[in-house]
Write a protein that binds this ligand. Sequence first.
Ligand SMILES: [Fe+2]
Length: 447
Amino acid sequence: MLQDCRGLALTTVSEQAAAAFDHAVDGYLGYRADMAARMEALLAADPDFGLAHCLKGYLALMGYRADTVPMARTALAAARHCAGTPREKAHAEALSHWADGDADGAVAVWDQILRDHPLDILAFRLAHFVNFWSGRVDAMLASVLAVEPHWSTALPGFGSILACRCFAHEEAGYYLEAESAGREAVRQDPGDLWAVHGVAHVLEMTGRRLEGIAWVEGLQSRWDGSNNLKHHLWWHQAMYHLELGDYPKVLSLYDSGFRDLASPLTGAMPDLYIDVQNAASMLFRLGRHGVEVGDRWTELADKAEARIGDCRSAFTLPHWMMALAATGRDAAADAMLAGIRDFAGGGGPLADLVGGIALPVTRAVLANGQGRHAEAVALMRPVLADMYRMGGSHAQQDVLEQVFLDSALKAGAESDVRLMMERVAGRHPVPPARRRGYAMGAHLLAA
Ligand SMILES: [Fe+2]
């Protein structure tokens, strides 16, 4: 049998297809923007290549949007028909779970694949990604610790293992281990965006803002041809500037970096979940500091209205609502809540997550935007400890904690201010008084 570049068997008779599969996986690992072309070449080389159909299905689900799920199911049918080895059949089952909104089910299959084939970097990287968007830091860490003894610098893709080692340790709070792994990955490949990103998180969480600005600025010349992750890196750069109080620079990065809609090649994608999270969370933060953001919410609100009823990305829902609340689109906001309730009634793990956590948080965001602050606090308080299950990093989840704090401060709910300050002080290495979004709370409690 033919093999991939790490020696795993592939059910294809085409050497060209095997090479194209490696090229496509490399593109996925490297956040390349030309994945459609890579996949087209791969399936043209062998239309009956089961693992290639799995990859096509996985890519369709990575955008976390409802209208690409049918494409994933079509790919799944082809994958099941063509898969040859037990590993390839297992990938098809993982794809089936993920398409059904059963993230834990998909990860369980990828974990089993990795026990048998620790060099299956596709299974590893997908488990890392889906665990992250499920808030499973423990599973991210366990996964990298399980496979890394089998890896070495001699194997293609080792840099991705290091990059994931970095991010998993960072989210778990092990900043020294994280930074070491991330910097080594970047030393090996300065264009490794996930490693750059992991170190950027270390610098964010440890309050090293000037180092963070230098880190991101110093590497961005390597990002030509990369996908939307570079927008998220510009968002991280803006987060450092926000903490320095340089709001004009934040807005400049918003317009010319992570929300540059005028430039289709380099700009943010109009409604991709991560781009929406970047934009909405930054505008919300700026609003808390009284920064005039002009009509920037309007285009986000337009996209939010177009996505009413799409609940594939639980963590994006409160971000959509921020845009509807900021623009006073009350009817659309009510329609979005109705869409979330409908989805939550559908049954299954994702519906349960959306109904149990995303719904009250999204309602709280709307209440915050409409000035019903005591209600926002009451909606959010019961789910504060579970919000992480919607996914997103600590740096991203932070904006939801700021929603709670903002409403608690405006409602004069001192015990709730204290509740949030104790949460963030206990977990974040930078004292709240040195964080712009929490300084007001720290000042209140110190008085
Ligand atoms: Fe990030």
